[in-house]
Design a protein around this ligand. Structure first.
Ligand code: ATP
Length: 234
């Protein structure tokens, strides 16, 4: 295996006295798509927050291209080339679609992703560019959240609970554009509760349970029984 693009090393995370992650080790290689699966409260979002600087860590608990980034702030992490599509979209509600997208471009790096390219990926957003983000459907808001992350021209994009709360037809259309996004050499982490969806796009999968990695393997090699045991603890 080549050297990892991003690694966590014995990553712990706390909310006050509560410990949410216990010694998590994951690796993502350049060009790889991995999935993180696990039940509610397993620690998936906490892991994403720890990687993206929303939760502070020891510097060496997260490395990106062998550089310690565990203690960087979220804006500094964004400039290294990591972007997140957060759970619940978290758009700027008072701003239009276009303004939300432009903000993504301002916090990241320069590169091929700019407004017109996002509009080609999601044409409905061009039609609705001047509309406040609150006036959009959940699926359209998810498109803006993805577009905003792409505008920062990441090398690594993290999708937290990508299909949560969306209608099946919207989930299908979001999953249909993922290969276009990832095909441009980006690496991706997909956090999903829908195991089948996760396995369909990711080459490798990590399962989390109670703040720990309970299983790791290649999507096409793990058995249903192994995944159930790691996911539900049965
Ligand atoms: P979900 O799918 O429900 O988001 P998850 O796997 O992403 O689940 P986390 O949100 O990372 O799990 O939560 C992991 C643990 O940390 C849970 O026990 C949760 O209650 C706790 N937790 C999460 N956020 C906070 C917080 N802000 N303050 C205190 N505890 C928290």
């Amino acid at each position: 295996m080549p050297e990892a693009l991003l690694s966590t090393h014995g990553l712990n995370a706390h909310y006050g006295d509560f410990q949410a992650l216990f010694g998590v080790d994951i690796n993502i290689h350049a060009g790889e798509v991995i999935a993180i699966i696990g039940a509610n409260g397993a620690g998936k979002t906490t892991l994403m927050r720890s990687i993206t600087g929303l939760l502070a860590n020891r510097p060496d608990m997260v490395t990106y291209r062998n550089t310690p980034i565990g203690a960087l702030r979220a804006d500094q992490v964004a400039r290294t080339g990591i972007a997140m599509v957060p759970e619940g979209r978290q758009l700027f509600q008072s701003l239009s679609v276009e303004e939300n997208l432009i903000i993504g471009g301002q916090i990241g790096r320069k590169g091929p992703w700019e407004l017109e390219k996002v509009f080609r990926l999601f044409p409905i957003l061009k039609e609705r560019r001047a509309v406040p983000s609150t006036a959009l459907s959940g699926g359209q808001q998810q498109m803006v959240a993805i577009g905003r992350a792409l505008m920062s021209n990441p090398e690594l994009i993290l999708f937290d609970e990508i299909s949560l709360g969306l209608a099946p037809i919207i989930i299908k259309s979001i999953y249909e554009v993922l290969p276009d996004i990832i095909g441009e050499g980006m690496s991706a982490v997909i956090v999903e509760q829908d195991i089948a969806k996760a396995l369909s796009v990711a080459g490798r999968v990590y399962c989390m349970q109670e703040g720990r990695i309970s299983l790791e393997g290649r999507s096409n090699e793990l058995t249903r029984e192994q995944i159930s045991a790691a996911y539900f603890g049965v």
